[in-house]
Design a binder for this molecule. Structure first.
Ligand code: NAI
Length: 352
């Protein structure tokens, strides 16, 4: 039995991750969930948005399902962490958000975000099948920002050979396993010659050990244009943190929106599965959030822990419910809600 840490999160997080957990349990997977709270609501309640209990649970289980957590725009909000290192010494650090704090503190160095068409999900294209690999530990997301004076702010962008080689190897190995043929690096090395230049060069050097995979490259602005015009030419994308974050939302828009875009954050010791979307405060508590991205993230989790049969069963049940259209959420053009769609998938799993 695999124990999985479940962080419901903020906004629509509790609704969509509950849906995913219910479906995993109905699939017959050998999984148990251990619920721990983190996020803005938890911060308001206890004074700390990321309590030590979260890290203790993750240390026990090594696998996490996480709902989105809310972060205020602007201001000086920081998520403060106190953790014992290997020598028992308490280290203090702070991060821009709960999601970034977890990714950094747990060493989750790559964010895998598959984007593809699903049955009955209306979109501008019907031939999209791309895996996005986003570097997850550095770039402009180190949170090193300051006001120089009242009218000027600066941020520091870090790109290292070590982190870029690590994420490149991960992406190339992943592509190799799936027999995919082309990995396109997105960058801005024409302007950021040192940082993005290093990212591109490192990816190109790393790819030499993978002769069966073509390493292609695009300046990120041109990449966005091509993604919108002919997404079918892309197979895998490798991007630094910030571009990866933006391009994966753009790519989600090609296949039906944020409601259908799952994700996995993976590191050497543990993995955290969370949808691409945020806490969607505009629709929270209304039972209209699409649970698909959370469900598909849970499917990625089941494959990661080696429970592929349960993952296949969920994929099949979800496809049935999508094809029938009756119970799907309003963003997919249906008249159902989060709960109704969940119950319909659970019913298909029980029948199968
Ligand atoms: P968002 O992804 O929450 O919402 C953008 C738009 O997409 C909204 O109109 C929303 O209603 C819609 N949407 C999102 N998920 C949906 C779903 N499952 N079903 C139907 N519609 C959906 O992005 P926004 O508004 O920029 O961010 C809100 C909050 O979420 C912010 O505090 C942000 O920091 C946080 N956030 C957290 C993330 C995480 O914890 N991993 C990731 C992204 C944002």
């Amino acid at each position: 039995m695999q124990k999985v840490t479940w962080i419901p999160g903020d906004g629509i997080g509790p609704e969509v991750t509950k849906s995913a957990c219910d479906i995993v349990l109905a699939s017959g997977a050998a999984v148990e969930f251990e619920e721990v709270a983190a996020g803005m609501v938890e911060g308001e309640r206890t004074g700390t948005p990321l309590p030590a209990a979260v890290f203790e649970s993750i240390a026990r289980n090594q696998v996490v399902i996480k709902g989105p957590t809310q972060t205020p725009f602007g201001g000086d909000y920081r998520v403060r962490i106190e953790r014992k290192n290997d020598k028992g010494v308490i280290e203090k650090r702070s991060h821009p958000s709960v999601a970034i704090a977890l990714r950094k503190e747990l060493g989750l160095y790559v964010n895998v975000r598959p984007v593809r068409n699903y049955p009955s999900v209306q979109s501008r294209y019907d031939n999209v099948d791309i895996i996005i690999f986003r570097e997850n530990s550095e770039d402009l997301y180190t949170g090193m920002e300051r006001m120089i004076d009242e009218g000027t702010a600066e941020a520091i962008k870090i790109i290292s050979f070590r982190a870029t080689e690590r994420v490149s190897k991960f992406a190339l190995d992943y592509m190799r396993r799936l027999k995919r043929k082309k990995l396109t690096v997105g960058h801005k090395a024409n302007v950021m010659k040192m940082t993005d230049g290093l990212f591109l060069k490192t990816a190109q050097e790393t790819a030499k050990a993978y002769p069966e995979i073509t390493l292609d490259q695009r300046v990120v602005d041109a990449l966005c244009m091509e993604l919108v015009m002919k997404p079918e030419i892309f197979d895998g994308l490798l991007l630094p943190n910030l571009y990866g974050d933006i391009v994966s939302d753009l790519a989600a828009g090609l296949v039906g929106g944020l409601g259908v875009a799952p994700g996995a954050n993976i590191g050497p010791d543990c993995a955290m599965f969370e949808a691409v979307h945020g806490s969607a405060p505009d629709i929270a508590g209304k039972d209209v959030a699409n649970p698909m991205a959370a469900i598909l993230s849970a499917v990625m989790m089941l494959r990661y822990i080696g429970q592929s049969q349960a993952a296949d069963r969920i994929d099949k049940a979800l496809s049935h419910v999508l094809k029938e259209k009756r119970d799907i959420t309003p963003d997919l053009g249906g008249g159902g809600g989060t709960r109704r769609m969940t119950e319909a998938i659970v019913a298909k799993l029980k029948d199968s």
